[in-house]
Design a protein around this ligand. Structure first.
Ligand code: 13P
Ligand code: SF4
Length: 304
């Protein structure tokens, strides 16, 4: 570690104690940020951790929808996103007006929104889901024969394989995962014939069909630790490889493709974390009328 990083880290450590702050980081964050975080995880784990913390301040190292989720679940707490421009292009592919339109076109059909959506879209939803629980959430509607999923078409198509319900979906996608093709997988498998290939459900169906396992980011961490395999091709954002390597020093990991970098996830830096702790901003807040309705959709998910 460089001297400047060490200095930044010691200042961050001092301030996080003084301000009673918890630092949460998503599995795609740069390695040094995952290492300094109090807790790391996938979207579902981070939602639970955000809900259950006693800290007065939550510093969210991830993207806006994740910090918004923390703010929705913690109306009394200060929630900070060290870089306010860290967004999610998929979340921006659907608006609350679109969600209202879906509800009028599909009356009575539950609207299941991926947590990768903005707060006002969550507020229009019946329930939220993550990549770790979409199948469970959809199947929890025992009386419904149809469900509408938004915004990710790939998560919807993946979930549709594990339910008898008819799944309608919005046509959003994650540019990082949607960019992966069958050819990328076939090339990687030719190069590493003995490797195990695991993929995130945000990948296209033809990519997932070639996978040995499909998991959320934390699902991948669990799978790799329990697997007897020694070489893994990783079909998700490469920030995850930091944790995979750290927890499994004797196993090897290769990203499915060099393009697997989410630029928004990389906008947070140690300098920005320190500045945000000093100033307790930029804060993420959600208007109360939206927050209350979005909280219902998140609570329903967390109860399932
Ligand atoms: P996970 O919930 O699997 O960590 O995924 C979050 C995400 O943004 C995937 O692109
Ligand atoms: Fe959004 Fe994709 Fe980045 Fe996840 S990896 S935050 S879905 S753009």
């Amino acid at each position: 570690m460089k001297n400047t990083d060490e200095k930044l880290l010691s200042e961050i450590n001092k301030l996080r104690k003084e301000k009673n702050a918890v630092i949460l980081a998503h599995n795609y964050q740069p390695g040094p940020i995952q290492d300094l975080a109090d807790l790391t995880g996938d979207s579902l784990e981070l939602s639970r951790k955000a809900r259950d913390t006693d800290a007065e301040v939550i510093v969210f190292c991830g993207v806006r929808f994740m910090a918004e989720t923390a703010a929705i679940l913690n109306p009394g707490k200060i929630v900070i996103l060290p870089e306010p421009d860290a967004g999610c292009p998929m979340a921006d592919m659907i608006t609350s007006k679109d969600a209202k339109q879906i509800k009028s076109e599909f009356p009575g059909v539950p609207l299941v929104t991926y947590v990768n959506s903005n707060a006002d879209v969550k507020a229009e939803s019946t329930v939220c889901c993550t990549s770790a629980n979409s199948i469970k959430v959809v199947n929890s509607f025992t009386d419904a024969e149809e469900v509408y999923m938004a915004p990710d078409q790939n998560l919807a198509k993946y979930t549709a394989k594990y339910t008898k319900k008819k799944i309608h979906h919005w046509n959003g996608y994650c540019p990082v995962h949607h960019n992966l093709t069958e050819k990328h997988v076939l090339d990687a498998k030719t190069k590493y014939p003995d490797a195990i290939f695991i993929a995130h459900p945000e990948c296209r169906p033809e990519v997932l069909d070639l996978a040995d396992g499909v998991f959320s980011t934390s699902g991948m961490i669990k799978y790799v630790s329990e697997s007897e395999g020694s070489l893994f091709i990783i079909g998700t954002e490469m920030g995850l490889i930091h944790t995979l390597k750290k927890r499994n020093p004797h196993k090897e990991f290769v990203p499915l493709h060099d393009s697997l970098i989410c630029p928004d996830m990389k906008k947070i830096t140690l300098e920005k974390i320190l500045a945000s702790l000093e100033q307790l901003r930029p804060r993420i807040t959600v208007p109360e009328n939206i927050r209350k309705r979005a909280e219902l959709a998140l609570d329903r998910m967390l109860e399932i």
